[in-house]
Design a protein around this ligand. Structure first.
Ligand code: NAD
Length: 459
């Protein structure tokens, strides 16, 4: 505890010293982060291979590339983001002018999760330093190579008195949560998020919670064969592509009209085989299930005999190497865990409906998801989905890519979390927007002061 307190004391002193407020410091940190990425790309890719078996292409695309893009964007834009915004002031205050000035919150605590252990740690750090805060980052202990890479490398590049990394699991997290922070940014599960929020409540610390849930995909009946092929390719990429289904915005299940399911299943099989092959021993284009606990959790979803009976593709398991084949299920029971819990693994249930419009009611009868994907060319269906469902994000005719669009906010709603980040939204998340009003000593309206009388009432 003493060590953690000491660390907090040091970053707080640094913040109070004021150097993190200047644009020079912020840009220097962002440049240092870009240097860190450029000079350590191989080490990062190797750490991701060891922790999660990510292929170097996937590791670059989802981690190194994502962070480079965010840091470059922040480096280019931070001065503009920091500039005070003009605020219109009512004429009655004349002469006066108003401004909204973004100020740093202070010392922020960032918890990252294990599935994108580099990007989900560094992306919020970019927002926090762009906004002029000092930071303590707690990477996930379930990705230990990435965690120790961050702990060992960040102090060599970034200001060590302002940005600290603390490694550890539940115990260290609990110690961190006893302390007073100016902001807690948490990426993880809704279960742990509840602990974070109640700890934050003690100090009235604001929190951003980036959580998960079951992200549905609506696949409308597409008559054009080329559109259909593109849609199914994107569904396969959106399910198994990022970290083998272990992604908060990964596709959890697909909703489709009954008569369309056989076509979908055939195409899913075709693209799974093309992208990932069929041999459990050589699935090197798929990331690994992170550990024994998660392997067993996903495996148990399949062990339910009522669920196993609905497997239409895959289902093989290599227990020794903790591999589960990409698996498709058709209409597993809706009360089975596979349909009530976030899957976070390589299983894809397909749920059939009489009409695709029923997908809206299906989604609305469950907690609000982090993302909804809908593949359709029907504008009135698009409008209905947009107006009648609620989710962190809604993407038409693709999956996952909303994550890298920095001009769009990224975050959840309801059970998938609250708060948002990416691009300017990250800067705002780690800033306080202070209202500033400048008034002149000229023009004094006496009716604003007592003693009250009828004339002042009319005024
Ligand atoms: P998790 O909640 O188990 O862990 C997240 C972080 O909290 C880790 O740093 C962990 O060390 C810490 N932690 C664990 N137990 C704790 C405790 N008792 N007290 C305090 N801190 C504790 O989540 P995870 O397994 O790392 O990630 C999987 C979950 O995260 C899924 O639900 C997924 O959907 C979600 N997720 C969300 C996003 C997003 O951006 N919205 C991204 C990735 C993952």
């Amino acid at each position: 505890m003493d060590r953690v307190e000491e660390m907090l004391g040091e970053v707080r002193r640094t913040f109070k010293g004021g150097r993190t407020r200047g644009v020079e410091w912020r840009k220097a940190q962002l440049q240092a982060l870009l240097n860190l990425l450029a000079e350590n790309e191989d080490k990062i890719i190797e750490a991701l291979r060891q922790d999660l078996g990510k292929h170097p292409v996937e590791a670059y695309r989802d981690e190194v590339g994502v962070v480079k893009k965010s840091a470059t964007n922040a480096f280019r834009c931070v001065e503009k983001w920091m500039a005070p915004q003009k605020g219109r002031i009512p004429l009655v205050f004349f002469p006066a002018r108003g401004a909204v000035v973004s100020e740093p919150l202070g010392v922020v605590l960032i918890f990252a999760s294990w599935n994108f252990p580099i990007s989900l740690a560094l992306d919020p750090v970019i927002g926090a330093i762009s906004a002029g805060n000092t930071v303590v980052l707690k990477p996930s202990d379930l990705a230990p190579k990435c965690s120790s890479f961050l702990a060992n490398t960040i102090p060599l590049y970034l200001d060590p008195e302002a940005i600290k990394v603390v490694e550890g699991g539940k115990d260290i997290s609990e110690q961190l949560l006893q302390l007073k922070w100016d902001k807690i940014f948490f990426t993880g599960s809704p279960q742990v998020a509840r602990l974070i929020m109640s700890a934050a409540a003690k100090h009235l610390t604001p929190v951003t919670l980036e959580l998960g849930g079951k992200c549905p995909t609506i696949l409308d009946t597409l008559s054009n064969s080329s559109d259909l092929q593109v849609a199914v390719k994107r569904i396969v990429g959106g399910k198994w592509g990022p970290c083998n289904g272990q992604a908060c915005i990964g596709i959890d299940y697909v909703l489709v009209e009954t008569q369309f399911a056989p076509v979908l299943i055939e195409l899913l099989k075709k693209f799974i085989k093309r992208f990932y092959g069929e041999n459990l021993k050589t699935l090197e284009n798929l990331a690994r299930i992170v550990n024994k606990h998660h392997f067993e959790r996903v495996h148990n979803l399949l062990k339910d005999p009522n669920v196993a009976a609905t497997i239409v593709y895959g289902g093989s398991v290599d227990e020794e190497n903790m591999v589960i084949e990409p698996t498709i299920l058709l209409n597993p029971p809706l009360d089975a865990e596979i349909m009530t819990e976030e899957i976070f693994g390589p299983l894809l249930p397909i749920i059939t409906l009489n009409t695709i419009e029923e997908s809206i009611q299906f989604i609305n009868s469950r907690p609000k998801p982090l993302a909804i994907y809908a593949f359709t060319k029907n504008d009135s269906l698009k409008e209905k989905i947009l107006q009648e469902t609620s989710s962190g994000s809604l993407t038409f005719n693709d999956a996952i890519i909303q994550f890298v669009a920095d001009t769009l906010p990224f975050g959840g709603v309801g059970q998938s979390g609250f708060g948002r980040y990416h691009g300017k939204f990250s800067f705002d998340t780690f800033s306080h927007e202070k209202a500033v009003l400048h008034r002149s000593f000229l023009i004094e309206l006496e009716p604003r002061y007592p003693p009250w009388n009828d004339f002042k009432m009319d005024f």
